[in-house]
Design a binder for this molecule. Structure first.
Ligand code: FAD
Length: 405
């Protein structure tokens, strides 16, 4: 047999290959990716790298030497076309390649931009190094950037573009930015931060059409207003790249359904990273698609441990970060409708946290801006399901440490 085959040489796939060797796997490992790059980190593409504060080499998880020395075969610019879970093969360039264990790490893909006029209007996304390399020289003084969608990536690009002197307009359909992923206090704070930094941030934006006229891009609003840009960016979220798995009959439901060992419904087939629909036990009910580096790493460990028989890694509280201007946002845990929200510190000062409590006063989520100690404490409080009084959280100077013992 042909050992472990990994589809997707991204953050999850590249990490799984490394963990397999670290956990003592001695068989062949083949890492297959359709981009022309070794596994790299995407977070800096909208942040430090885009602003020119990090070099291209800083993006790579590991250098080529690592893969050579670890005897990991990396096939770049190759696309897996099909999976056959009965024959235990994947198809590449029409040829079958056998596997003993398969890891699907195909990540996510941009949600289609269904706006009228989109087919005839050049617009750009930011997911890959290629996207970022195209965008970077366009972020400078004199350039007008129109950005549709105010998710984390979009807001980071807006911040980077302002830093580089571009004029930036952000269109958000919801009545507040980050409506589905953040508390109202956080949305308000980042709305103010962006406006203070000169972003024209339009919420409740009804974009009815986009169009192009030569080098100009136009955004047409429901009220008749028309905005003109040099660059049109679209960041309206991502969908799981689970097409191959679906075609192979592997159970998918908004992503490939996996268990706590990253196992799919097919024997010896694992899935990790953005492409998965996973549980977050023991803290939360239900399934989640966590598009984050920490989740990709956790699942890479799970799959490598399951394949090698190495000790299963302990479950981790999900976490996430975003950098915009001088503000470092860190989020631990998952938000839930109906949670009680307690703010710690004054948002107007730019350093505050929002704690989310369940009916038993247990911390289930913490959103921190420039208060890393709150994030660290909050993550542990979630892990231990500790109940904390409102008054302690609300007092920015009251220590949370006694609750962590
Ligand atoms: P990816 O890294 O997307 O890798 C999947 C790879 O598989 C891709 O290279 C894809 O081309 C390839 N592939 C797909 N199908 C095939 C096929 N059939 N054959 C071969 N190859 C295939 N997360 C954070 O936690 N913090 C952040 O601050 C943050 N910032 C981000 C900023 C940007 C601009 C972006 C785009 C993402 C950011 N993320 C952030 C999310 C994070 O990068 C992802 O969660 C992470 O990359 C997921 O890893 P993955 O391996 O599952 O997917």
């Amino acid at each position: 047999s042909a050992g472990v085959v990994i589809i997707g040489a991204g953050h999850a796939g590249g990490s799984a290959a490394a963990f397999l060797r670290q956990y003592g796997y001695e068989g062949p490992i083949t890492l297959i990716g359709d981009e022309p790059h070794l596994p790299y980190q995407r977070p800096p593409l909208s942040k430090a790298w885009l602003k020119g504060e990090a070099s291209g080499d800083d993006l790579y998880l590991r250098p080529q030497d690592f893969y050579d020395e670890a005897n990991i075969a990396v096939w770049l610019e190759r696309r897996v076309e099909a999976i056959d879970t009965k024959d235990k093969t994947v198809t590449i360039d029409g040829e079958p390649v056998g596997y003993e264990h398969l890891i699907i790490a195909s990540g996510s893909k941009a949600r289609p931009f269904g706006c009228p006029g989109a087919e005839a209007t050049p617009y750009h996304l930011l997911r890959t190094i290629a996207d970022a390399e195209w965008l970077k020289p366009h972020l400078r003084a004199g350039q007008r950037i129109g950005l549709i969608g105010a998710g984390y990536v979009g807001l980071e690009v807006a911040a980077s573009a302002r830093k580089l002197g571009s004029a930036v307009t952000v269109f958000e359909r919801e009545s507040r930015i980050l409506a589905r992923v953040a508390s109202p206090v956080l949305s308000e704070a980042f709305t103010r931060i962006h406006r203070d930094n000169g972003v024209n941030l339009i919420t409740g934006a009804e974009v009815v059409r986009v169009s192009a006229d030569g080098d100009l891009r136009r955004v047409h609003m429901a009220d008749g207003a028309v905005h003109e840009y040099d660059v049109l960016l679209v960041g309206i979220g991502a969908l799981p790249a689970d097409d191959l798995a679906q075609a192979a009959g592997i159970t998918c439901a908004n992503g490939i359904v996996v268990d706590h060992q990253a196992r799919t419904s097919a024997a010896d087939v694992f899935a990790i990273g953005d492409v998965t629909s996973r549980e977050v036990k023991p803290w939360y009910e239900g399934r989640y698609r966590l598009e984050s580096v920490p989740s990709a790493l956790e699942q890479a460990k799970q799959a490598a441990a399951a394949i090698t028989g190495f000790k299963a890694p302990p479950p981790e509280v999900p976490w996430f970060w975003s950098d915009q201007y001088d503000y470092k946002l860190q989020i631990a845990g998952l938000t839930r409708a109906g949670a009680k929200l307690i703010t710690r510190g004054d948002p107007a000062t730019g350093a505050f946290s929002v704690f989310h409590l369940n009916d038993s006063q247990q911390v289930i989520c913490v959103e921190s801006v420039n208060r890393p100690a709150d994030f660290m404490a909050g993550k542990q409080l979630i892990h231990k399901a500790v109940a904390v009084e409102d008054s302690v959280i609300a007092d920015a100077d009251a220590s949370l440490k006694p609750y962590l013992q």
